[in-house]
Design a binder for this molecule. Structure first.
Ligand SMILES: [Fe+2]
Ligand SMILES: [Fe+2]
Length: 176
């Protein structure tokens, strides 16, 4: 209970901001981007607290790490590799963030950059040097890892489950 209260104190100004609330209109891993960012933020806060990191910065940058609108595939200004920069721009436009929070948001796609550097055939249009995305400290790694974990969870829960239901309905219809 104490943790939940502390987390709410840290994040309430962002979560209640009218510009931030518009993230509820964007779909993200079968959920909303608002819900995704909140999950990443709360998990990052808990892990950072457990590992004695800067949990305040972890919670804030977790909320702001995907602060962009539109789709990474359909919008020319947003892509897998530049959406952290767009998120930093939006975060600075509507809130005051410190250097550490800016760095955590900018490097949160390290997992993707590392994967893409190892397997360059993934999304050939975008080249990447994973070292540019290397987190600068413990909380950078925490937010990056929590983003990956939450993304996998959301994909399994919201996307795969939805598709499975569709397949089941389709099969039942075929049998009928
Ligand atoms: Fe992201
Ligand atoms: Fe994310």
């Amino acid at each position: 209970m104490k943790l939940k209260k502390e987390y709410q104190e840290i994040t309430k100004d962002i979560l209640e901001n009218e510009n931030y609330i518009t993230l509820k209109n964007d779909t993200h891993h079968g959920s909303t981007r608002y819900a995704h960012c909140k999950r990443v933020s709360y998990l990052s806060y808990l892990v950072s607290r457990l590992l004695k990191g800067n949990y305040n910065d972890a919670a804030v940058s977790g909320l702001l790490h995907d602060f962009f609108h539109g789709n990474t595939n359909s919008n020319e200004n947003i892509s897998y590799l530049n959406h952290p920069k767009v998120s930093v721009e939006n975060a600075k436009k509507y809130f005051t963030i410190n250097e550490n929070e800016e760095s955590i948001i900018e490097t949160h796609m390290y997992h993707y950059a590392l994967l893409k550097d190892t397997f360059p055939f993934i999304n050939k249009r975008e080249r990447v040097d994973h070292k540019l995305y290397k987190p600068k400290n413990k909380d950078g790694y925490i937010v990056c890892a929590c983003d990956l974990a939450v993304s996998i969870y959301e994909t399994l829960i919201f996307k795969v489950r939805y598709k499975t239901c569709l397949y089941i309905l389709f099969t039942i219809n075929l049998i009928k």
